[in-house]
Design a protein around this ligand. Sequence first.
Ligand SMILES: Nc1ncnc2c1ncn2[C@@H]1O[C@H](COP(=O)(O)OP(=O)(O)OP(=O)(O)O)[C@@H](O)[C@H]1O
Ligand SMILES: [Mg+2]
Length: 335
Amino acid sequence: MWKLAIDIGSSTTKIYRADTSSGIVLVEPSCVAVAGEDREIKAIGKEAKSLIGKTAECTSIVYPVYEGEIVDMRLAAAMLKEFFSRVGVKPSALKRAQILISVPCGASERTMENYANLAEECGLKRVHFVEQPYLAAISAGAAFSESDPVFCVDIGGGVTNIAVASADGIIAGVSMNIGGNNMDATIQNKVSRVSGLRIGTLTAERLKNEIGSLSPAARGAMVAEGSSVESCRPAAASVQASDLTDCIRVYVDRILEYASMVLKKLPAEVAATVNRNGAYLSGGVMKIPYLAQYIGAKLEMRYQVSDEPQYATVLGGGAVVRDKDSLLHFAKSVE
Ligand SMILES: Nc1ncnc2c1ncn2[C@@H]1O[C@H](COP(=O)(O)OP(=O)(O)OP(=O)(O)O)[C@@H](O)[C@H]1O
Ligand SMILES: [Mg+2]
């Protein structure tokens, strides 16, 4: 029987196969290219992402699950079905497969209903939903017991989840629409102001991922291509790493404000444990150099970063879906 853990992120969908030793079997951008008035599907995943900013007007790129919410059910189902087929699981096997899907921390009843409908649309019969912070903490090796709550911060492309969770439930937590995408948009504006170069979102993302840093001594530069603000003609300019620091830090500071609010709500004993154990940090954005150190210093707390932060959720999902008892334990009920 197939056992799959699925993390449909705002940026990337990850699938982990847990019934064999195969591990992560799919990593694809969570997007679909559609064309025309009837929004016919042209491409899904990597092929769709490669078209961003390059398509004719009649084609657009849609992220059907965005900031944790299913914003377009038809496209979300088509995307997920395509990903299942790329993994090699047939519709008949899907019906019997044990599936875990991660959902944002504190997902509302309405959101849960949408996820349940998505699962049904895809022909899944045995599906469980687990809130993201549990999975990130499990992948970080958190010893999950009632007496040992875990403080986790996951910064993804569209969403940041902050939570203090124990095996018993989420003691305090918040999911907010801040992530790498905001940083990319701010980088686009900054490069246009400072270097006089208009760049696309993919270029801004590449700048962030390749030279972005929160180091006070951030150096390095990268040549970016786009069009000149002045002449509107194709152009290139060198972008300094130090120009990107503010664009990243402004969002991290906002996240830290929320993190402090979550920490302030904790009962004293829970606060003591969190203080002792520190913070578990995950999400793709955590790969930015010195970001984890910055968070640790601001929170005045020990921290641990997942080895592969962008896969933390799906790796935790893999561990949970493998074991029936823990799957039933962590599953969030859908009314
Ligand atoms: N090396 C890197 N340095 C900086 N940022 C990175 C790096 N690699 C990926 N990212 C960023 O991490 C984000 C994606 O992270 P992740 O895969 O955790 O998000 P997601 O799960 O798809 O989205 P979300 O959890 O917000 O719904 C993107 O903004 C991406 O640009
Ligand atoms: Mg995520």
